[in-house]
Structure formats: C-alpha cells, structure tokens
Design a protein around this ligand. Structure first.
Ligand code: 0RA
Length: 640
C-alpha cells in the first residue's frame, strides 16, 4: 500500500469510526487492562461492571444498582438505566450490545455523544470484564423488549436473542471470573462493600444494594445517602468531637465540570482529607487537592485578619489550618489525567484554579454566616501554629544533642553490624529483661535490638511537641533514622524491617497498639511501604524428655499435646512474657528467619485505619468500650 493512502485511511479511521479491537489482547496481557491478576484485579472486574451503571446514574437515567455474589461465585450487576443499545452498529454490522461486549474500545464511551466520566481506575469498559470471564451473560431490557446474549472467554456463543416482552428497563450483567486468568477467584464481601459504600456517598441519592448469596456467607447491605459527601464527612468524624453542628458543603457546576466539597473540623491533630475524581479515590492527591489547600489557607487567613483574630504578623500555614480537618473533595470532569506511581494523582492543571475559586467563594460566605465556627477554627490554627514552633525547637534540640554526641545512636540500642539496610531488622522489644534475651539470642550481623521500657506516650492524645519530649519516642526516632512528619525521609531508614515484639498479654497488646498508632500517625509511609511487622512469640512450650515443641495458640497446644502421646511426663509451660524465654528459645521461636512467623502490618483502608485509631486511642470512652466488646476475640491480633 502506498504511504499516502495509508495516511488518509488512518485519518478517516480516527475521526469517523471508533477503533475497535478483539479481546485476545486482553486475555494475553490482563494486567495491562486491570492492573493485576491478583485479588485486587479480581475485585476490579466488579468495579468495572458497576462503573458502567454508575455512568448511567450520573447521566441521570438510573436510580438503583444491585450487585449480587451468586451461589456459584459469579457476580451479577443490575441497573435500571436505559439499557445498552441493541440496534445494528453501522460499521461492524452487528448489534451494538454485542460490539460493546466483545470489542475493546479505544476511544471514549461507546455510542458517542455522552462522555465517560466515571470509569474504573483503568476505565476500560465492560468488554474487559467479558474477556476475563469464563462465561458472561448480559440481558438488556428496553423499548418493551428483553434481549440476551452469552459469551465464553470473550466470544459470543450465539447471536443476540429476543427473550420476550417487558415493561422493565435496564441492564443485567452476570460473569464468572476466569480461574485460568486470576490467581484467586474468591470475592471479599468486605472489600466490595467498602467500595460500594464509597460510591453511594459520592453519588447522592443513588441506591446500591449488595447481596452475598454464597453458601454459608449470606449477607446483604444497602447504601443510599441523600446527604452525599456531607454524610461521608459525618461518617469520617464519627466518634470525634466536632466543631459546628453541620459540615460545610458546596457544589459548583462550571461548563460541565462539577466540584463538590464537604468539610468539618474536629478536635484532633491529624488531617483527614479524601479526594476523588470521577469517583476514583485519588490517593496521591493532585490539582484538586492543591486548589482546596490554597483556598482553605487563604480564606481563613483573610477572615482572621479582617476580624482581627490574627494580630500583626500572625499568619496560619497550610499545615496549621488542616489540623483537625476532615474533608471530602469530589470533582467530576471530562478528560481526567491520572498520573503518579499508582495513577491516582489528578494532573489536570485547570482543576486547581477551579477548585480554589469555587471553594474559597463558598467557604468565605460560610465563615461570614458562622462566626462562632470561624473563630474556633482560627484559634485551633493558632494553637497548631504555636505547637509547631515548639516542636521545631524540640526537634532542633534533639538534632543538636545528636550532633554534640557525634550523631550517635541511643545507648540502649544494640545495633547490627551489617550496613545494607535492605538486609537488616530492628526489633522493638518490650522490657529490659526480654531485651536482654533478644540481644544475646539474635543474629548480630542482621538484627538490632531496642528495648523499650514501659508504655510509650499515646500520640493520639498528645501533640507532636509533647511526644518529642518523651525519651522513649526520641530514642525510637533516632534508631529508625527517617525522621518524622514533614521531615520524614524513607531514604534514611536504617533497617529493612521494623519488628514489634511484645508479650502476648493485655499490656503487650496495648504497647503494640501505641507503637502502631505512633507509626501510623508520624511515619505513615513506613507502614504503607510494608516495613512495620509484628513478631509472633509462642504461648506454650511442651516438653517430654528431650523433645521440645512450641504452640502459638490453645488449639495448637491441644493438638501437639495429643501428638506427644500419653499424659505422662509432658510438661506444659505457658509463657507469661518474653522475659521467661531464654535467649536460645527466643531465637528459635520468634527471631530465627527460618522458623518464625511475622505479621506484616498493612493499611487496607485508610478511612478504617483512621477510625480504628480514633476509637482505640482517642478521647471518647463509650465507642472504645463498644469496639473492644465487639472485637474481643480479635484484639489480640489487632491488624490495621
Ligand atoms: C451506550 C449508550 C446508552 C446507554 C449505555 C451505553 C448503557 C451502558 C450500560 C452498561 C451497564 N449499564 C448500562 N446502561 C446504559 C444510551 C442509549 C440510549 O440512548 O437509549
């Protein structure tokens, strides 16, 4: 073919026809389309299917979405939207429904006109769900007729079938994820319900029902929030003392771009700002977040100056005004650009100014109308500003102290000899006596020991300057090496793993929670990067003659006891604390790389982690009592 002709052809294709491709590419390289074939990718299939219905809801045609995990572990998504069109596609000469299901869409939403604002993280469309399913069935009801088609591994097994007459309207997609593609095909009700709840908050008035019909797992939830993201903020601030009786809320539609923000201050030291673009949680932030931050800082400073709450040169920094701020920012725009490592950072530069000006205007009016809230928020900002100054001084002092004694490490730290931090581990050990055993039992080349005495300060209740006054906390920070908060730098991390090793009793659990709170609040990245671990020491030792075994829980103990055969001569020792183990035992059961069990701490869900720490470590007593009662058997294994 001549070059010129080729060019002409290309131009025509791009302009007039959508580029449609078969689904083989998707099955060959699934990760390219859904991120991964792990459990995460599996759940992504459901989000992708639901997103199509959400689009229909955002276009104003759908009020109800129902999701079911069926008995056979297939998933059904039903909506009461317009139904996918079934007329013959002019280029492909097949029903539009079949094209939507079996061809990969290179461009925007099929059908032209409407743009796809929702879209899963990868915005790939329902055909990808079909491609990665062992089988998939779709039913469409529209124009008083009901149609259906079945597919296997992305290919239709029969032509579109007319099933009958109906007055209903909508789309129903059922699919069974392909076990040849996914490492696991087991759905988690919790994971799915969390995302569905989020979608319900983000789409005011939309009813999302979710059923688990699997044998032995029966469950159902229904989400519908007339208050939308305002209710989302109320949920974020549950169990917190809040400022003002009602959250701030604004919505602005400018040339089809929608900005929605709700926000409420609470009595705490952390910031809790969630951002979304087209229903996607932009965990890496982006231009909408930047616009909000600029607007918030400027509006509060302007107000404070005008009403002389801020004197002379007093000025609140961004960090000052975000302390104790819970907010949900949701933008819906035409061509979202997702950037960053996990493609969850909004890049569209025009959004910054849009959010800044829309928010500032509405928030300025809110402050004028709510002077009591304005005053309280600004005085909280001033308090934060003073504390930050005090913390800076304390930090400088710590630094200088380090500089004076040659930047030396804490005396209590028994460091390892290896300097390659990817190979090393730091054990944080409860008590000096267990610390002593750990020091003797360890592998000195790779393992460092830092004994911690008593309970470290509860950082949830104390602010940074006070925390830094605490000897144990300073020691901890110096040993880890990264610094904290704004100064945090993962490059300076001195160990590949940080392992919390506490007794298997209530005090041990408490110290572990305090440490986890500290890491979560001040070294969040350390937790996110999977550096923080919890050691699992055994609860029992069984001994008969020369034979020695360890058990980590009661069931294991009884099983091993039986296994020893006969009751005679078996001694069972229940360890009350790590200190009761001699160095060899501690090494063998808890520290030896080859034999030990470690729990890696991961943040599955930032909202839930925040709430758990608020409940466990915050000021209100009643929610904590309830939480502990409800989770009594889980408290021993507190995961974040
Ligand atoms: C393209 C055009 C129209 C609707 C849809 C797609 C549509 C797709 C899905 C997927 C799941 N549920 C859905 N609901 C609708 C509009 C067709 C018209 O103008 O009637």
């Amino acid at each position: 073919m001549a070059k010129n002709e080729e060019k002409k052809e290309m131009k025509y294709t791009a302009k007039e026809i959508q580029v449609l491709e078969g689904l083989e590419a998707v099955r060959r390289r699934p990760a390219m389309y859904i991120g991964s074939t792990s459990s995460r990718g599996l759940h992504h299939l459901v989000y992708e299917a639901v997103d199509n219905s959400i689009d229909e809801a955002m276009a104003g045609f759908c009020k109800n979405i129902e999701i079911r995990i069926n008995k056979d572990s297939s998933v059904t998504v039903i909506d009461d939207g317009r139904g996918i069109p079934v007329d013959i596609h002019p280029q492909v000469k097949r029903p539009a429904l079949e094209v939507v299901m079996t061809k990969l869409h290179a461009g925007g939403k099929f059908g032209g006109g409407g743009y796809k604002v929702s879209g899963g993280l990868h915005g790939v469309g329902i055909s990808v769900v079909n491609a990665l399913s062992e089988w998939c069935e779709v039913e469409v009801c529209r124009d008083n007729k009901c149609y259906m088609q079945r597919y296997e591994r992305g290919q239709y097994v029969h032509d579109l079938k007319l099933k009958g007459q109906t007055e209903l309207r909508g789309t129903k997609v059922t699919f069974l994820p392909d076990s040849q593609i996914f490492q696991t095909v087991e759905f988690s009700f919790e994971v799915l319900s969390k995302r569905l709840r989020e979608l319900a908050y983000l789409n005011r008035g939309l009813k999302i029902s979710f059923f688990d019909d699997r044998e032995g797992m029966k469950n159902k939830v229904e989400y519908m929030y007339e208050g939308g993201i305002e209710e989302f903020v109320l949920m974020l601030n549950k169990n917190k003392e809040v400022v003002g009786s009602k959250p701030f809320y604004m919505m602005k539609d400018k040339d089809g771009a929608v900005v929605e923000i709700s926000q409420q201050y609470f009595d705490g030291y952390t910031e809790n700002i969630l951002t979304f673009c087209n229903n996607i949680n932009t965990i890496e932030g982006g231009t909408h977040l930047v616009g909000f931050k600029m607007g918030l800082t400027r509006t509060l400073n302007d107000y404070g100056k005008r009403y002389k709450i801020l004197k002379n040169e007093e000025k609140l920094s961004g960090d000052d005004v975000r302390e104790g701020c819970s907010a949900v920012i949701s933008v819906k725009i035409k061509d979202p650009q997702f950037e960053g490592q996990t493609k969850t950072q909004l890049g569209n530069s025009e959004v910054k100014g849009l959010v800044d000006s829309a928010f500032s205007e509405a928030f300025g009016i809110f402050l004028e109308e709510n002077p009591a809230i304005a005053r309280q928020v600004i005085s909280m900002g001033l308090r934060a500003s003073r504390a930050r100054e005090a913390a800076r001084k304390a930090r400088d002092l710590t630094r200088r102290k380090n500089a004076l004694d040659g930047g030396s490490l804490p005396g209590k730290l028994a460091d390892c000899s290896e300097r390659d931090s990817s190979l090393t581990e730091l054990f944080l050990v409860e008590g000096d006596s267990a610390g002593g055993s750990a020091k003797q039992g360890r592998d000195r080349r790779y393992q460092a020991i830092l004994p911690l005495r008593g309970k470290i300060l509860n950082v949830e209740k104390a602010r940074l300057d006070k925390s830094l006054g605490n000897e144990e906390i300073r020691t901890l920070i110096t040993a880890i090496g990264t610094g904290i908060g704004d100064d945090f730098d993962i490059q300076r991390l001195r160990y590949g793993k940080v392992i919390i090793m506490t007794d298997a009793d209530v005090d041990g659990a408490h110290i572990r929670t305090l440490l986890l709170t500290f890491f979560y609040r001040y070294m969040t990245k350390l937790v996110e990067e999977g550096v923080v671990h919890v050691a699992c020491p055994p609860l029992y030792q069984l001994r008969k003659g020369k034979r020695v075994e360890y058990a980590f829980n009661d069931e294991e103990m009884s099983a091993k006891y039986k296994d020893f055969g006969g009751d005679k001569g078996i001694t069972v020792q229940r360890y009350k604390g790590l200190g009761e183990m001699d160095p060899e035992q501690l090494w063998e059961t808890t520290m030896d790389l080859k034999k030990r069990t470690l729990m890696k701490i991961e943040i599955e869900d930032a909202v839930e982690a925040d709430q758990t720490f608020t409940i466990l470590m915050g000021n209100q007593v009643e929610p904590r009592r309830e939480f502990i009662e409800q989770n009594a058997n889980r408290v021993k294994n507190l995961d974040v």
